[in-house]
Design a protein around this ligand. Structure first.
Ligand SMILES: [Zn+2]
Ligand SMILES: [Zn+2]
Length: 51
């Protein structure tokens, strides 16, 4: 199961997936809820945080 990196909820099709803009090693998963409310995410690999 995939989980949103911001809120840790399981996501099915209501999410976006993108590479960390800093280290480009990790895929960040974000549910649309967190995207719309602009919550921060943190990369597990390099600790980068972004909106
Ligand atoms: Zn979320
Ligand atoms: Zn990173």
């Amino acid at each position: 199961m995939k989980k949103c990196d911001t809120c840790n909820q399981e996501v099915t099709n209501n999410f976006i997936e993108f590479q960390c803009p800093d280290c480009k090693k990790t895929k960040i998963i974000r549910c649309l809820d967190c995207k719309e409310t602009g919550k921060q995410y943190a990369c597990k690999e390099c600790g980068f945080t972004g909106p």
